[in-house]
Structures are given as C-alpha cells and as structure tokens.
Design a protein around this ligand. Sequence first.
Ligand SMILES: Cc1cc2nc3c(=O)[nH]c(=O)nc-3n(C[C@H](O)[C@H](O)[C@H](O)COP(=O)(O)OP(=O)(O)OC[C@H]3O[C@@H](n4cnc5c(N)ncnc54)[C@H](O)[C@@H]3O)c2cc1C
Length: 545
Amino acid sequence: MNKVALYLQEHVLGEVMANPEIRRYFSTDASVFSVMPSVVLYPRNENDIRKTARFCWQLAERGRVIPITSRGSGTDFGGAAIGSGIVMVFPAHLNRILELDSKSGAVSVEPGINFGKLQEALHTHGRYVPPYPASLEYSTVGGAIANNAAGEKSIKYGSMGQYVHSLKVVLANGEVIRTGRISKREVNKKLGLATFEGEIYRSLDKLFEEHRDIIQENPIKVPRNTAGFNIWDVRKKDGSMDLTPLFIGSQGTLGIITQAELSTEPYNPQTTLVVAYCDDLKTAGEIVHDLNKLPDSPSAVEMVDENLLNFVESQNPNLLEDLLHKPFPKLVLLIEFDELNDRQQKRMVKKTQKILQKYEVSCDVERDIKRQAELWKIRHSASLLFAHVEGNTKAIPVIEDGIVPVERFEEYLKSVYEIFTRNHLNVAVWGHAGSGSLRLQPLLDLSQVGDRQRAFRVMDEYYKMVISLGGSTSGEDNDGRLRAPYLPELYGQDIYGVFEKVKAIFDPYGTLNPGVKVGVTSESVRPLLRNEYSLSSLANHLPRS
Ligand SMILES: Cc1cc2nc3c(=O)[nH]c(=O)nc-3n(C[C@H](O)[C@H](O)[C@H](O)COP(=O)(O)OP(=O)(O)OC[C@H]3O[C@@H](n4cnc5c(N)ncnc54)[C@H](O)[C@@H]3O)c2cc1C
C-alpha cells in the first residue's frame, strides 16, 4: 500500500484500497478514457471527506498535488469520474434519504443514493424528481447534480439543477459550507468572514464586479446547457447570492457535495402517449417546432430514426414486431402528456393531433398504461446499440451530447447524417427531439489506429457544427475530458477566462478533479483514449439511453 493510502487508512473511518484490481476497476467510467487512480476511498461520513480534502490541501501547500475525484456510479460519458489521485466512491456508505416531507415533497439525501431507489421511495408518496437521466437505475443523485443531468422529461421540467434547493459541500481545504440563496445583508456578512468561504465570497464579488457585462446573460440560447460553469445565476440584481448554481454541473471541480435538499413534483402515472410516424425530416422539424408552442408542454418528445429501427430489427426482429411495420418511417416521435387534470391532458392531445393532421402525419394515441410501456420500447430499443459488439467494434460515446436551438433541428439532423457519411460510418440517431438534444454513437474499434483517429476527427466536425448552429456542446452529460476542449470555442475567450478564474478561486491548488472542465485540450486527452471500450460494468441493468 502506498504512503497516501496508509495515511488515510489511519485517519478515516471508511475503507481505503490501493490494490491493482480495485484501482483498475476505477480507472474507467462510461467514457472512452482511462486514468489509473493511486487510491480508492469509500468515505463513511462527511468527516472522512473533510479530512481527506484537508490532507490533500496541506500536501498541495507544500507543492505535492494529489487530486480528489468524487465518484457516484461512474456512468459519466465524458471521463469526469476518473482521476489519477484519490477516487472517492459514494454509493457504498453515503446513500441515505435523510428526510422526506411528504406534504411539500422536499427531500434531503446523501449523494451516493441510487437515483432509481430515490424515485421508488418518492413514488410511494405520489412524488418524483422529473429530470432523471436514462441511467437512473445504475447512477447516483450526487452524480446527477454534479453533471446537471437531464432526461426524457426535461422538455417540460428542465434539468436536475432546477430541483436542487441547497447543498452541503466540502471545500478544497476541508471546510464545510451550506449553499442557498442569501440576501445582500447576509452576503456582506460572508464577505467579512476570515475563512476560506469568506475568501471565496470576496473573490467572486470582485470577479463578478469586474466582468459585469459578460455575466449578465448566458449567450447560448438552448433549452438546456451544462457546458462550463453556471456563472449567470449566482448573483441577482438585488445583490443576493447563491453558490448552488456553481456547484451544480461542476463535476466535482469546485467542491465535494455531501448532502442535497431537493424539491419534487407530483407523479402522475396516467399519461397519454401519441406516437407519430414522419416520412421526412423537414416535417418532423416543423412538428417539433409547433409542439414547443403548445400552451402546456408535452412531458416528453422523444425520437428514433429509421436507421436505428433497421439496426434494432436486424439484431432482434421480435422486438418491434407488434409495434411498427417495414418500411419504417424516417422518424418516429413519441409525444407524452402528463397533466394532472384529465381534461387538460385530453385538450393537449387534441391540439397535438391537429398539428399532426396539418402535416398529414399518421399517429396512434394511447391511454392504456400497459400498451404505452410496449410503445416506449421503440425508443428504449436504442439500448441494443449500446450492447452491440462486433469483434472489438462497439458503439462509442464521443459525439452524443450536442444540443441546438429547436428551430435548427432539421439542419442539425442533416448535418449529422453528412458527418457520418463523410466519415464512412453507419449512423443511427435517437433522443430528446423536443429539446434539440440527440444521441448518436458511431460504431468504432478503438484498438485500430484508423478508428482512433476517426473518433477525434468525427468529434471535431460534430462539435464545431453544433457550435456553428448556435448550440451547446453539452445538453446533459456535461463536459468532462471529452467536451472540455471545446469550451473556449463555444463561449469565447472572455467567458472562458471567467471560468478559469472561478476554478482558481474554489480550487487554488488544483486538487479537485483536475483535467475536467478547464485547462483541457484535445492534445492533453488524446493519450487517455482507451484501446478497448466496454459498458460491461453496467450489465446488471439494461443500459438505457
Ligand atoms: C447508458 C447511459 C445512459 C445515460 N443517460 C443519461 C441521460 O439520459 N441524461 C444524463 O444527463 N446523463 C446520462 N448518462 C450519463 C450519466 O449516467 C449521468 O450523468 C449520471 O447522472 C451520472 O451519475 P453517476 O452516479 O454515475 O456519476 P459519476 O459518473 O460517478 O460522476 C459524474 C460526475 O459527478 C461528479 N460527482 C459525483 N458525485 C459527486 C459528489 N458527491 N460531489 C461532487 N461531485 C460528484 C464526478 O466527479 C463526475 O464529475 C448516461 C450514461 C449511460 C452510461
């Protein structure tokens, strides 16, 4: 066991491991990258986290930087849940619901709680957290907050961050703070604190003052955007401040979340599902545009394209047998409504049918919950692509998180198909059509030099295209090592410079998950590319997408 592991073992309650097998397991997440940690720690309580942060801070003061990477279930697609120092694994112990107010629906949780388990508990109280990621059965709430995750319900309910009321966070030096909006008067008190928290408030205050013009408004106008740090929602005109938006989506680079207070919504299982069968992309784009103008938003507008359906049929002809017939439509849209008021729900369905009639698009309307579950298989069949293996060729998550303004949806789809054709790759597209956020994973063999180069070439073409359409490189999966290199191009140097300063304020020695978010270049991540990609660690569950 190395010296760091020995020290930690003597000082924390949780388990400390440094054997090669465990380290190898935690050297990968769901991304295409690999970084070997030196120590794996399963903290038992907040004190363990504080002590570890303090220890790393003190070493860093003397010039030795040992990074800390917080980790939920390691399903991060961008390589943000791996690191070369101490990987701190939360699901083992810090996995409880601490408080649940069934009246207001407010719930307080530890970060390592499985998202699916939290959802089950909330359902028994008629509540849920709507922006759950597709990976909810095998990922944590802490990971969802740190990534500002989103999912099929996000078109109506937004991203995870909108459900985080406040957080408890261990700062880089081991200090613990509680976040939440505080008035100008309380901000003034914080500014006078002789602690690291006080220093953070003072530095942020100065930074926001100096860059007032930049920090007025996020320049990227898309329904969801997790790229960079959320510097726009911290300080309000009335002088109040809230550090919560900075920690949400910061991927463990500004602090370590130890507790979260979440709000929830009423859960209504009695939804209506409209399945629309579109024969051209232009019409699909127009329908999506019209749906976005409905007075009550659908609770989901998901899509799969013809290529995915053909792929699914080639792999498992039974799966779509009772659901769709060949030739498959160019695009299938699944549009769901979940209004609690039944009459209102029916009204929205009628309006949707009218939109579809206008474009002469056929559809099925389903109220029966069992049949709806069957129809959702059309969308969830994308998991077959995730599980697909042809020798060493697999679906590789390198370009799947771009999001564009909804009115550019058709252009976006066309450009995606062009990139795949240009690079001689088969394409299949699915995802959140309603928000302009699609999923696509090329089939590549990372043991082949040609395919490794192709992966980076396709990435470059894809993210540049997304930026040129006024989109964001990350709609939900966040930057990580994969998309961080595109942040300067996405936001421009001025805003990127503010991100760098924010990172330096919270993490002056670079102990908190370095190599993620800022200071990352395409050249610096290339050597981290794995030779073989696998999602086999998720095989207990069907990896939904
Ligand atoms: C098949 C598949 C489908 C997916 N679908 C979606 C989807 O629909 N929507 C979506 O948004 N994402 C999706 N993802 C990505 C990922 O699953 C989610 O973002 C998920 O919320 C991450 O949770 P996790 O517990 O695995 O976090 P991890 O991967 O362990 O960590 C994610 C990030 O959070 C940080 N972190 C974790 N815990 C803490 C903490 N306590 N304090 C500070 N930082 C912390 C980590 O350092 C890392 O940067 C998918 C992934 C897969 C493999």
